[in-house]
Design a protein around this ligand. Sequence first.
Ligand code: CP
Length: 321
Amino acid sequence: MKRFFSVADVDNLEEIVKDALALKANPNANESLGKYKTLGLVFLNPSLRTRLSTQKAAMNLGMNVMVMNMDKDGWALETQDGVVMNGTTVEHIREAAAVMGEYCDILGLRSFPSLKDKEADYNEDLFNKFIKFCGVPVVSLESATRHPLQSLTDLITITEYKSIAKPKVVLAWAPHVKALPQAVPNSFAEWMSKAQAQGLVDFTVAHPAGYELAEEFTEGATITNNLDEALANSDFVYVKNWSSYKEYGQVYPVSENWMMDNAKLGLTNDAKVMHCLPVRRDLELSSEILDGPNSLVIKEASNRVWAAQVVLKRMLEDLNK
Ligand code: CP
């Protein structure tokens, strides 16, 4: 594996989940695989889970890890070509990425969307430039449109906790105070759509009108504006806010109650409730659910290590060929 950016970088979902769960059962089985190899984790935006779980995964594989908080500690980055850099940007991505590629065998990058320039965000302008100029394998730590380590984690978690062969999985929009990216729901939807195509889940997306995701991510999914209907017979509910794709980055007032609480949980098949975290308590998801037996959020976050480890293991195996 030379790149982990989307579900398209994985052919067989069942196989990668099986491999991740094998690592969970035996975390240090490959402790020498990454000896003398360096992972660089580059953050243009904040992170708790992605930062720590990916570091832990790399350490389990014997790698050295360097973390660069570009947003706080790096030079202000220029990403456009043909710009006379006489303003606030200090270093061009051409040099910055190339230099980091000299120090590292594998790089991870987190870069959120602007939520202003839809075309640049959905073209993954910055991410593609980073891949092009760094010259080493790159793992996405969340890009403008996707969060594949989170989505792989979510599939691992659903596989672990499902009690029937093909559970009903619902991606449920939830309220928030800020305009959030579509990366997590896009990514979850594209992984679940592929999982549905491979017979692993039955997938529904529920959101208020105006919050449609880009069609490329929801192929084959049942899509509805009625949350209560969507929750009927559901086995897993994945709660997440996102801003509008159509009116890019906009937030519409929503009068109905879209917060997942015990009343809504009562409509499900005693569903397990998931969220990528961080979560706004009693805004997106009720405390009673988060603190109750149906919540998987901590176990889900814990599984981030095995998602990162299986991806890094595949990249290292490729490098060592
Ligand atoms: N879920 C997730 O990616 O968490 P962080 O933003 O804290 O890394």
